[in-house]
Design a binder for this molecule. Structure first.
Ligand SMILES: Cc1cc2nc3c(=O)[nH]c(=O)nc-3n(C[C@H](O)[C@H](O)[C@H](O)COP(=O)(O)OP(=O)(O)OC[C@H]3O[C@@H](n4cnc5c(N)ncnc54)[C@H](O)[C@@H]3O)c2cc1C
Length: 267
């Protein structure tokens, strides 16, 4: 059994800055990290390796420096890493990203028996793009069942049984057969830290690079040309209001608050 784990490299800060002219992220001087949700995806893969002997293959689509996050996953214990990198992949929206990742998975699967069972694991969302679309779109591309927002996971033979978050305080239990894709919430596990030995081993392993030609990708389905999304403008909303600190006794504060709310026609 193979567990494919999709990892995105993201800016390591909580507030991204946008270039107002190009509507793109300002990446200069910003350290990049593994998308935090994806660490939980790697950990699920490693648990399945320990419990069921699964092979853990990590893959990322991104610029050459995205290799860093793959090395981190190798240091945690992943078996193989693939970096999908090509200028032709640049500017991909979620649709083009998931199409490219699907091509990568199909390319890797060619080396395995036709009936090889596999699971694809994604983080629930990337902390920069935040759309949570890549997992579901990737499952559609691969033509396999998908279960999102998973926080409990069990594998018996080729059946997976998961618990997924639904409405607040509601859980859905779902079973499906492999192959399948799950996107995981951080509640699912505690990701391990890479060990010193793991880090040394990670630098001895190769990350295979896959470009558009190797994946036999069609120009109109990848990168900017394959993207259906057009970003017109990205901006941080201007702060319009100001804050007021109410002072005095609680009763006086309540009276002041009521006055302010009346002034603003809230009540
Ligand atoms: C501010 C901003 C502006 C952007 N502008 C544009 C634009 O103008 N045009 C454009 O085409 N695109 C643009 N993008 C990029 C693009 O839309 C997404 O970042 C990218 O397609 C992935 O979507 P996501 O980040 O929402 O991932 P999500 O769907 O939230 O990610 C879910 C999971 O999918 C997996 N995953 C996601 N991306 C990858 C990856 N690259 N490699 C491996 N696994 C992955 C991970 O497991 C991740 O946890 C922009 C992104 C941002 C943040």
């Amino acid at each position: 059994m193979i567990v494919f784990v999709c990892i995105k490299q993201v800016p390591g800060i909580s507030e991204v800055r946008i270039d107002p002219k190009t509507n793109t992220l300002i990446r200069e001087g910003i350290p990049s990290i593994m998308n935090p949700h994806d660490k939980h995806a790697v950990e699920l893969g490693l648990a399945l390796k320990e419990q069921h002997g699964a092979e853990v293959i990590v893959l990322s689509m991104g610029p050459p420096q995205a290799e860093e996050v793959l090395r981190e996953a190798l240091a945690m214990g992943a078996d193989k890493a693939y970096l999908l990198t090509d200028r032709a992949f640049a500017g991909a929206d979620t649709l083009a990203t998931s199409h490219t990742l699907a091509l990568g998975i199909k390319y890797i699967l060619k080396d395995y028996p036709k009936d090889e069972k596999y699971l694809v694991v994604c983080g629930v969302q990337a902390i920069d793009g935040d759309t949570a679309q890549v997992g579901p779109e990737l499952a559609e591309e691969l033509g396999i069942p998908q279960i999102t927002y998973v926080f409990k996971f069990e594998l018996k033979g080729d059946i997976i049984k998961v618990e997924r978050a639904f409405r607040p305080e509601e859980t859905v239990i779902i079973e499906t057969k492999l192959p399948a894709l799950v996107s995981v919430l951080k509640e699912i596990n505690h990701p391990r830290y890479p060990t010193m030995l793991g880090i040394v081993k990670a630098y001895k392993k190769n990350t295979e690079k896959l470009n558009a030609e190797k994946l036999n990708a069609k120009k109109e389905q990848i990168g900017l040309t394959g993207s259906m999304t057009e970003v017109w403008k990205i901006f941080v909303p201007e702060r319009k209001g100001e804050h007021i600190i109410l002072e005095g006794k609680l009763e006086d504060q309540v009276k002041q608050l009521v006055e302010y709310l009346k002034e603003d026609n809230v009540i």
